[in-house]
Every structure is written in structure tokens, then in C-alpha cells.
Design a protein around this ligand. Structure first.
Ligand SMILES: Cc1cc2nc3c(=O)[nH]c(=O)nc-3n(C[C@H](O)[C@H](O)[C@H](O)COP(=O)(O)O)c2cc1C
Length: 163
């Protein structure tokens, strides 16, 4: 199995989630940071996982365009998202940012939790987090069950493949 995980992460939480998924997948995994690299086509992968985080109601432009402009042919794909809001709203963010077509055809959609990493923010964002949202310190809330479900979904494909 060869899997690509495409992600965008400004402050590190989504990247940690992508790495956790990668560590649970049996097979070869390529991690692609959409903030650094924008593949146009993906060839030779058995599945693609794609995700990002929400900032002021929006996913990063590099992530939106990276996913929307990607030609992954018939390769099955899954979506994941990191945000503070609850699961239902998280899927709404995916629909708003990526469109219904991409969301409706995903084999798996998961909300993986969120994190606030004050140390990686610039002065203005850090101050806004502390004053507007009363955040006192950095923290991460991974949804380990959801992370496991994404990896499990991919690992199950391997079993179907082998039959
Ligand atoms: C400036 C800023 C704005 C955010 N806006 C939202 C938001 O509108 N809705 C939400 O659910 N989460 C929001 N969040 C929470 C992020 O989605 C969450 O911190 C996420 O884990 C960040 O991922 P990253 O560490 O990979 O950048 C915001 C976080 C920051 C720093």
C-alpha cells in the first residue's frame, strides 16, 4: 500500500495529527505539506488523505487550492480537519471551503481535534488568543479515536486489496 497524506498546518497540530495517522498506517506513507509543496497530480497511490485546520472560519488558501486543484483520478480519498468547533460544524467548514462534491465522495471524514500553540504564533495572534478567547497557555486535544478511525479505514483497504 502506498498512501499520500496532504496537510496544511500553521501552528503544528494538524501536522502532528497527520504524523500520528502515518504512524498507524501499514504501508508506505508520504507526508506532503501543502504550505510548502503543491502537487498537481498523484499517481501510483492506493489512497490519499487530505486535511487542514480552520482559522477564522476558513481553511488556509494553500490547503483549499492544493486540494481543489489536485488531480487524484479515481484514487479513494479521505478528509480530515482540525478545529475548535464540534464535529458537525467541522464538516460544515469542509463543505464551505472545499465544496460538497469533494466532501460527498470522501471515503472517510474525521474531525481530529485541535490545539493552540501560542509559542508558534506571532505577537498579534498570540495576544488575540489570550485576550479575546481567554487562552492562558498552549494545549492540544487530539481525538485519538478519530485518528485511529482514519488509519483503520486505510488499513482495511489493504485487507480488501489482498482478497
Ligand atoms: C487565529 C486562529 C483562528 C481560529 N479560528 C477558528 C475558527 O473559526 N473555528 C474553529 O473551530 N477553530 C478555530 N481556530 C482553532 C484552530 O482551528 C486550531 O487551533 C487548529 O488546531 C490549528 O491547527 P494548526 O496547529 O495545525 O495550525 C482558530 C485558531 C487560530 C490560531
Amino acid at each position: 500500500m502506498k498512501i499520500a497524506i496532504l496537510y496544511g498546518s500553521k501552528y503544528g497540530t494538524t501536522e502532528s495529527c497527520a504524523r500520528k495517522i502515518a504512524s498507524e498506517i501499514r504501508g508506505e506513507v508520504e507526508l506532503i505539506n501543502l504550505l510548502e509543496k503543491k502537487p498537481q497530480r498523484l499517481i501510483g497511490y492506493d489512497a490519499v488523505l487530505m486535511g487542514g485546520a480552520v482559522y477564522a472560519g476558513k481553511m488556509a488558501d494553500d490547503v483549499i487550492h492544493g486540494i481543489k486543484n489536485l488531480n487524484f483520478g479515481d484514487t479513494p480519498y479521505g478528509l480530515f480537519i482540525c478545529c475548535k468547533d464540534e464535529k458537525e460544524k467541522a464538516e460544515g467548514y469542509l463543505r464551505l471551503n472545499l465544496g460538497d462534491g469533494i466532501v460527498d465522495n470522501a471515503m472517510v471524514i474525521e474531525h481530529l481535534g485541535h490545539g493552540i500553540n501560542l509559542e508558534r504564533m506571532n505577537f498579534f495572534t498570540r495576544t488575540a488568543m489570550k485576550t479575546m478567547f481567554k487562552i492562558k497557555g498552549s494545549y492540544t486535544e487530539f481525538n485519538s479515536a478519530a485518528i485511529h478511525r482514519v488509519a483503520d479505514g486505510v488499513n482495511r483497504m489493504e485487507i480488501v486489496h489482498e482478497q
